[in-house]
Design a binder for this molecule. Sequence first.
Ligand code: ADP
Ligand code: MG
Length: 304
Amino acid sequence: MSSEQRVRVAVRVRPLLANEADHACSLVAANASKGTVSTKESSNDAASSRSFQFDTVVEPEVSQEDFYHMCGLRDMVGAALQGVNISVMAYGQTGSGKTYTMEGTEDEFGIVPRVMAETFSELDMRQERGVVANYEGQVSFLQLYNERVLDLLSLSDGKVRGAGVQVGSMGGGLGYQTGLALRYDGAKDSFYAEGLTTPPVRTALEAMHYFHQGIAKRVVAAHAMNAASSRSHCVFTLDLKITLQGKGGLAEQVVTSRIALVDLAGSERASKTHAVGAVLEESISINKSLFVLRQVCIFDRSHA
Ligand code: ADP
Ligand code: MG
């Protein structure tokens, strides 16, 4: 990732699923070398074809491993180890492949396990070479549902389930936990969720243990609130504090960084899904947050 372009957009076109192929759906045309995605020309209206340009375009047959490299994730991990905060966000409609890309499957690891593996193996290597004196990591996993922050690593069941029931049914006043308060830390110039569980981790395996624990909880919560996970944002964070070995008589230096890996809520329009009531309320929350996210990314790109 070049320093002058802090936000990069990669588009991954997934293969057609069996039922889509059965329904004679067709893929958009992805051109990796040109970095374009084009909607196919309809046979009777050539002018209807439109082409869109992105930083990276990944064709359907590309493996998880190649996808990881094509998107420059290795460089991003390297930057995080130098003290740069990095975020990877999967954006798209429900069913477009966000969770597959972030989590992956047991045989086809996605971005989260790959970033964890790379981060810790790189840290261990640097420690062996005497570049890093020592390091500390801590993870957190939160779910943002209807503007409420739920702690996926909280050991008390009530936090997630209670908030889920409340939000899903009538949106307040049932006496359940309402989610964590979002606060601003002026000294660090950053936001945090008050009381969020942040266990320490020393290895990728430990980090993934918490990730899977959170995923399991997310499934339970989704059931309790009758909301598919696709209607909430999920943020898995690894905070690092790395002590760099002092060289040539210089003192040790401590760098901190944050790696945030985000599986965003589905971006489908409420008008297209004909949502009403609680589902419409969810859609409004989702679209509001995705809109703000878009503004931030566009601002960042136009001021790079
Ligand atoms: P989302 O999280 O965006 O709702 P999913 O990740 O659940 O979507 O993907 C929907 C379906 O498509 C799943 O069955 C998933 O296994 C499959 N899928 C998504 N991306 C790919 C891909 N690149 N290759 C193969 N299958 C994929
Ligand atoms: Mg998903």
